[in-house]
Design a protein around this ligand. Structure first.
Ligand code: NOJ
Length: 563
């Protein structure tokens, strides 16, 4: 066992629900909490332990709930606090846990704090947000927003600008203000006292800004100011305070979304002696296909680069802090379209990627529909898209003279709506998601890809996930074993071992759409192996020294080590 303590959240599998797109119960075209409750037996069957619920709080939905106007109330579209309490009860009674999204880098501009704050320079809430005078008729600095344009908005009422790293309806909270921190801690305590099991913390490494808010380097009109707000000067002080005041009083798990962190940074957030967070979501793999122009400047990725990122995190966090493992979420394209093959070999490649997700060290996070092998979507016109990031980018790039054809190609690969099309439950209209008109069009492939079909096919991706989750519960080596990469430079095969004491697993993954031969390096000493799971049948008595791998084949063996 490595020197990290055993805990329930290391041994668990998390499933993320994006409530707007999960299951509608009242025909308004928007998923809701009663809808989620009606699908809990499906999740129990899958075997996941923890549900992470993307925001369900009151919100004007400029960014689908990531713009919160009341942190202690449920959005009408999603139901009532009574529905939410029922959900928590139903989860707990099935032995599952619930973690809530905590979005406190910013609020909605419709939050009462902001409504007050903007009223006057003297308002008691003024300092809850980050207000500055303009400079020579321009914004206070040149920072760009993550959602295009400037990160500042002029407010006519007082003639000052407020900072918004995301949309202009998401003003950044001022964490320098002790009262803001107190409000957040009280609100967290309120939810924890209701019995929740933890938080996923939205862009939590952006809450501390370098005072003086200096201009960012770069020659654009607006430039990325990350140096002045990622892992800022007081971030660890704030998180340690939050831990002391709130988290340390409960047995809960936390995962912080942290943009631009290295393993060295991550250890500062999650080191077990740090008293901050349990895990972070890092972005290195998610950036693998971004070119110099950023996310929309899509570049091909290579397997050696992929393995080098994964291995870096496996090795550098080992014994120091716990990894989170994810291949997609509500902000990312669908994993099978991005890293696998969403055509003929969809099932094989989705299972191969699932094998990777569940056999690395860290806690796996499954995003809704991933267990069905749901794919990206290609709507023929921008009018079908809903995501604010995509729509703002479309406008900005059109204004800058890019062709609509090129912009749509970037959206097809990277747009967030790829992940947000409604869950595909069955072959009835709108995939059984709603009886009304869905807020975002269902992916037309729901007639082939849906839960009903997956549940009835013993060889489905769903059942493969279920077996992987089960396997993790049976073998400590999957959770706690040390990772060692094999065949570092191989462009088609990703292979590694996991070792815990006398137990060793060999994981072999063909990332290629053609057969390839795997030869076991002689550094791995073993006589034979027993197959634990694989996405193709395998002959008994096979020769582990040399395996002919079929397209996207994945195999996990328990090795017999030579005496
Ligand atoms: C990260 C969230 O995952 C994303 O959906 C959101 O738009 C931004 N943070 C802003 O809250």
């Amino acid at each position: 066992m490595n020197n990290l303590n055993r805990t329930w959240w290391k041994e668990s599998v998390v499933y993320q629900i994006y409530p707007r797109s999960f299951q509608d119960s009242n025909g308004d075209g928007i998923g809701d909490i009663p809808g989620i409750i009606s699908r809990l037996d499906y999740l129990k069957k899958l075997g996941v332990d923890i549900i992470w619920l993307s925001p369900v709080y009151e919100s004007p939905n400029d960014d689908n709930g990531y713009d919160i106007s009341n942190y202690q109330s449920i959005m009408d579209d999603f139901g009532t606090i009574g529905d939410w309490e029922q959900l928590l009860y139903e989860l707990h009674s099935r032995g599952m846990k619930l973690i809530m999204d905590l979005v406190v880098n910013h609020s909605s501009d419709e939050h009462v704090w902001f409504a007050e704050s903007r009223k006057s320079l003297e308002n008691p809430y003024r300092d809850y947000y980050i207000w500055r005078d303009g400079k020579g008729g321009q914004e206070p600095n040149n920072w760009s927003s993550f959602f295009s344009g400037s990160a500042w908005e002029l407010d006519e009422v007082t003639g000052q600008y407020f900072l918004h790293l995301f949309s202009k309806k998401q003003p950044d909270l001022n964490w320098e203000n002790e009262k803001v921190r107190r409000e957040v801690y009280d609100m967290m305590t309120w939810w924890l006292d209701k019995g929740i099991d933890g938080f996923r913390m939205d862009v939590i490494n952006l809450i501390s800004k370098v005072q003086g808010l200096p201009d960012a380097a770069g020659d654009g009109t607006y430039n990325f100011g990350g140096d002045y707000f990622m892992n800022g000067p007081r971030i660890h002080e704030f998180l340690q305070e939050m831990n002391r005041e709130v988290l340390s009083k409960y047995d809960v798990m936390t995962v912080g979304e942290t943009i631009g962190v290295t393993p060295e940074d991550a250890v500062k957030y999650v080191g077990e002696d740090r008293n901050e967070l349990n895990m972070v979501f890092q972005f290195e793999l998610m950036d693998i296909d971004s070119g110099p122009g950023g996310k929309w400047n899509v570049q091909p990725w290579t397997l050696p680069a992929f393995k080098s990122i994964m291995s870096k995190w496996q090795n550098e966090m080992y014994g120091k802090g716990w990894n989170s493992l994810y291949l997609n979420n509500h902000d990312q394209p669908r994993m099978v379209s991005r890293f696998g093959n969403d055509g003929e070999l969809r099932k094989e490649s989705a299972k191969m990627l699932a094998t990777l997700l569940h056999t690395l060290q860290g806690t796996p996070y499954i995003y809704q529909g991933e267990e069905l092998g749901m794919t990206n979507v290609k709507f023929d016109s921008i009018d079908h898209y809903q995501d604010i990031e995509t729509l703002n980018m479309f406008k900005e790039y059109c204004d800058a003279g890019h062709s609509v054809h090129d912009i749509m190609a970037s959206i097809y690969s990277k747009g967030r709506d790829n992940a947000r099309t409604p869950m595909q439950w069955d072959t009835t209209s709108h995939s059984g998601f709603t009886t009304g008109a869905p807020w975002l069009t269902v992916n037309p492939n729901y007639t082939q890809i849906n839960a009903e079909e997956a549940l009835s096919d013993p060889d489905s991706i769903f059942h493969y996930y279920r077996r992987l989750i089960e396997l993790r519960k049976q073998h400590d080596v999957i959770v706690y074993g040390k990772y060692d990469l094999l065949l570092e430079q191989d462009e088609r095969i990703y292979a590694y071992t996991r070792t815990l004491g006398e137990e060793r697993l060999l994981v072999v993954l063909n990332f290629y759409e053609m057969p390839v031969t795997f030869e076991l390096p002689n550094t791995v000493v073993c006589t034979s192996g027993e197959q634990l799971i694989g996405n193709y049948e395998i002959n008994k008595g096979l020769d582990l020294q040399r395996l002919e791998l079929r397209p996207y084949e994945a195999q996990v063996f328990k090795l017999k080590i030579k005496p």
